[in-house]
Design a protein. Structure first.
Length: 240
């Protein structure tokens, strides 16, 4: 089929293939504790990268015939989001060089502007802007690509609160949940995942002491903590 169909039909097929692998990426990530998932996750990512490469080639070919596609910008944004934690593509080409080959209309699209801002927030450790941007701007498929990075960013935010606070002024967990977009019931568990203690005051308010030296980034398969967002909760329901 890949060698038979061309033009709009081929683009439509590859877009559906990419969507399939992105949703698979999301679901496999949720089952990371299963020992059989890791090889499947690697193979799925490999196929996703190949499908995106083929799709971009089709876009470029069809541009020469004067064809453009409404969802094109979002599909280009996936490539950037898949490389949030990497300075280089698997081929060794830097993202800055990859950006130079994109059409101007794609570079200025809201989808690509979002992915580039998210990349900048991630690289500079701006956890608050990173999480806020996801909550308010991410599309369904963009969120599925981004979710594996959220735990790492939240842990960075917790590290900043721990190291930057005053020892005599513990941090209320209710405030942490607002900053990290965590459900209040999950904040205490997330602190423990990061090696941090919490306590409950005589008034029944939960706090995290600051300046703890036991902080560590979560290791191994990560527990899933949903983000506080009506929009994102809608996304969860679409693939469960």
């Amino acid at each position: 089929m890949q060698n038979i169909i061309t033009g709009d039909q081929a683009v439509s097929m590859y877009e559906r293939i990419v969507k399939f692998h992105i949703i698979s990426h999301y679901k496999l990530q949720r089952n990371a504790t299963n020992s059989t998932v890791s090889p499947m996750h690697y193979l799925n990512m490999e196929q996703l990268t190949k499908a995106l490469s083929s799709l971009y080639h089709l876009y470029d070919t069809n541009h020469k015939s004067g064809n453009n596609y409404e969802s094109e910008a979002e599909f280009y944004s996936f490539y950037v989001l898949l490389h949030l934690g990497s300075d280089h593509q698997p081929t060794g080409e830097s993202l800055s060089l990859w950006f130079r080959n994109l059409p101007y209309s794609i570079m200025k699209s809201k989808e690509m502007m979002f992915s580039r801002r998210l990349l900048r927030y991630f690289r500079f450790g701006n956890y608050k802007c990173f999480l806020d941007a996801i909550e308010t701007e991410a599309s369904c498929l963009q969120y599925y690509v981004i979710e594996p990075y959220i735990c790492e960013v939240r842990a960075l935010g917790l590290a900043c609160l721990n190291h930057g606070g005053y020892k005599l002024n513990p941090y209320p967990l209710v405030d942490i949940c607002k900053l990290l977009l965590l459900e209040e019931s999950d904040v205490e568990s997330f602190c423990k995942d990061c090696g941090l203690d919490t306590f409950t005051s005589d008034e029944g308010i939960k706090f995290m002491p600051t300046k703890q030296t036991s902080f560590c980034y979560p290791k191994g398969p990560q527990r899933y903590y949903p983000m506080i967002s009506k929009q994102l909760n809608k996304f969860y329901d679409e693939v469960t």
